[in-house]
Design a binder for this molecule. Structure first.
Ligand code: F0G
Length: 480
């Protein structure tokens, strides 16, 4: 919760007590240099023993609540018919309003099933923005992602409260151009991860649904960050100021024909599911569930995870949980802005995103500025961020580089894990890096996988800039 101090400054005060802790350590700069070199300048390849503060992602790294942990102790282990599943199904009906549930082992598994069942080669999937795994699954079955965001969405420095909105006119034009029969569904991501966790408004969602209904096109909502999107609606969309997070989530759901999520984010547990009130859709997907995931009542999750998810889904409707990451992200962004460090604004849902093209304007996209920035951040701080730029895009079918709309280094804020002093440390080290940004140069691939290359790709710093940066850091700041 944001609390105003007597000085007038607002800080995000954690609305929880930390009872279980995990030790962390700060490896000296020489070790960090060795680790990033061994990892091919890819932060995915780092081991957590070499990381001080892990801001790679908020996925599967959130702190569970005491009630979630307690629920895991009473799970009902069964291959079929587990009561834990029925408990989850009841919560999904209560919190989200859907009768039919298809559990999956995580979000991308839900995407795989939706792509397999609904998309034919040549189909077009309009959406407010893609996520890496979504795009991969759509393309693997021959579909094409079409992003029809409003122009404001790509402006990293903006005050637009809903950069995750879909452009309604472009949606109408797309349907006219391709025909509704080529569009198996329209997808809205809450919030748009790769645009910097930017939400859509209910006003926009309502319009999207109206157009979809006119052409009988189903609307799919990816709700991996649904509680954050609802939180932003509450604080940014006037009409919803006095509504609860639960009421807002229910209203969002009332427009969705199909809903899926990665439970690893908002509900703080490994897993995922697809939910719907459309029996026909449910019956179409159901036969494939045991083929790819597991039986209908576990879908690749353990029953312990299912129990924890049921609790996590209710807890994400608590405003202090829904806003916990968003408020830390806002604090983070404001502190960066005080130092002139370019970050995505307005601050989004899951992470503070540094604009690498502005931070490192001397590095062309062909030399991966966001990847270079993520590696440099690690060298000077032991903090792990994630490249969200051109490395996260795969080459096209002819092998050409596809330049990303944005080049971002994402500093994710896992829910309830880090405190304001951790954030202050990160801000300080990035401030130092910003003053030495000319030392950071580009990267080039030395090993490049054919799909989702950002996971396992290996790169090399041009002109050995990593070691030079590390040495300068050591001289000016010390080994740590
Ligand atoms: N959709 C969105 C919007 C996501 O952010 C993610 C995962 C997925 C789908 C896939 O879900 O990981 O459970 O298979 N985002 C993670 C991230 C990986 O780091 O932002 P998953």
């Amino acid at each position: 919760m944001n609390i105003r101090l007597s000085t007038g400054k607002e800080i995000p005060v954690e609305m929880h007590k930390v009872r279980i802790v995990q030790k962390t350590s700060l490896p000296p700069v020489e070790e960090r240099l060795k680790a990033i070199k061994e990892g091919g300048y890819n932060t995915f390849a780092l081991r957590t023993k070499d990381i001080f503060i892990d801001m790679l992602t908020d996925s599967g790294t959130n702190a569970m609540s005491d009630n979630q942990l307690a629920a895991m102790m009473v799970s009902d282990d069964a291959y079929a018919g587990s009561e834990s599943f029925y408990k989850l199904a009841r919560v999904i009906e209560d919190v989200l309003g859907f009768r039919y549930v298809l559990p999956t082992h995580q979000g991308r598994a839900a995407e795989h099933l939706l792509a397999k069942v609904f998309i034919k080669p040549g189909d077009i999937i309009p959406m407010n923005y893609h996520f890496t795994t979504t795009k991969a699954h759509i393309e693997l079955v021959g579909g094409q992602v079409l992003e029809i965001y409003a122009d404001e969405a790509l402006k990293t420095q903006s005050t637009h409260p809903f950069k995750g909105n879909l452009d309604i006119q472009k949606l109408k034009d797309t349907i006219k151009k391709y025909g509704a029969s080529k569009i198996p569904f329209v997808r809205m991501e809450a919030t748009t991860n790769l645009l910097g966790g930017q939400p859509f408004s209910i006003e926009n969602l309502k319009e999207v649904k109206r157009v979809c209904s006119e052409y009988n096109i189903p609307l799919v909502v990816d709700g991996s960050l649904i509680s954050e999107n609802a939180y932003f609606i509450k604080i940014r969309e006037k009409e919803y100021k006095n509504k609860s997070i639960q009421e807002i989530i229910k209203e969002i759901m009332s427009f969705a024909d199909l809903f899926y999520l990665s439970a690893r984010k908002s509900s703080c547990v490994r897993g995922g599911f697809i939910a719907t009130n459309n029996k026909k859709f449910y019956e179409e997907i159901k036969p494939w569930l045991p083929v790819y995931e597991g039986f209908l009542t576990y879908g690749g999750m353990s029953t312990k995870e299912i129990e924890a998810m049921a609790v996590g889904l209710r807890e994400m409707t608590d405003i202090s949980v829904a806003g916990s990451a968003a408020e830390q992200v806002k604090y983070f962004a404001e502190r960066f802005i005080e130092y002139g460090i370019p970050v995505v604004t307005p601050p989004g849902g899951l992470a503070c995103h540094v604009d690498a093209m502005m931070f490192l304007p001397h590095i062309p996209q062909s030399q991966y500025p966001a990847g270079a920035l993520a590696a440099a951040i690690y060298i000077v701080s032991g903090v792990r961020s994630m490249e969200r730029g051109t490395i996260s895009m795969d080459r096209d079918q002819d092998g050409n580089e596809v330049y990303s709309d944005l080049e971002l280094a994402r500093l994710a804020v896992p829910r309830r894990v880090y405190t304001v002093s951790h954030i202050e440390y990160v801000v300080d080290r990035l401030h130092w890096l910003y003053q030495h940004r000319d030392m950071v140069k580009g990267l080039k691939f030395i090993e490049e996988p054919p799909v989702l290359r950002f996971f396992f790709g290996k790169l090399e710093p041009l002109d050995n800039w990593g070691s030079k940066l590390g040495e300068t850091f050591k001289k000016e700041i010390g080994a740590q």
